[in-house]
Design a protein around this ligand. Sequence first.
Ligand SMILES: [Cu+2]
Length: 330
Amino acid sequence: MSPSIRTRAARLLALPALLAAASLLTAGCSGDPLHLMPEAASHEAHQVDELTYLIVWLTIGTFVLVQAVLLWFLWAYRAKPGVRASHTHGNHAVEMVWTITPAAILVFLAVYQMGLWSKMKSTEVPQGIEGRKVPVQIMARQFEWYFRYPGADGQFATADDLVRQGDLVVPVNAVCHAELRSLDVIHSFYLPHFRFKQDAVPGLQTKLWFRPVKLSADREPVKDRLGRLVKLDYWDIVCAELCGNSHTYMAARLYVVSDADFDRYAKGEAIQVDDQKGGKRAIQLAKWDAGAKRGEGAFWTAWSHQDDQTVKGPPKNPKHPFAAKAGEEE
Ligand SMILES: [Cu+2]
């Protein structure tokens, strides 16, 4: 084989070899070997991690390759007595290779992740995703998360709706069919352990789904700000959109519990969770007070107003949801 054919063959094989090596490494090291991510608590989280690691290995491989070539050039073309430096004006073939290779990798990644993206971002639960159906409404408001369950009749915005602020409870292995809205500014519903994030945009009614596969009580210990290991019994819900001066505090807790515990909770009974001080606290849904003029009841009424075509434009003052209703006095 002549040297030019060998060089061409090496170039042709370099990209598939790099991709194959990265894929093998990704497949061989399932999970999170570099501890880059929080613990995974959904099926899709594991798939997102695999994709992330494919990119990580590609990046590390490229970095090592480029640095090795750089060092080799430094060594091969070091100053030598009696040898004059020569100018070069580039190499068209080499430039083509280092332009086309990253472009091809990017196109590969774009195509490779499409299935997972469309599955996770589908507004309807995709085919093949099985599990108990749990409908829930999620409302974002500076700087709190509110959750509503439909009650015994299975219908939202009826008198038997049950609501709670700050705690979302779902059964393990269930498919949560959620609708997300914002009452004021743009927020982002982020479940880091599920690798799931969705913007809550005022005026938009966003459907989403997620499927927890691990009880939150089985969460592995995490380090607190002082580096001490602490045991938490919930998955985090945080706002991932800079939504105002208390954005940092816009967090809630996702309790993934057994079917039996969820059945009791969904009926309005209290369930016990850790209070993070060594004791227990009871969490319980409250009946939605549909006639409330202030507070949580009124916020949910404002949610319903978003479906009301007689409401003109965005709320004038989101703290007073009734102000949005045309012609209605406070
Ligand atoms: Cu927010």
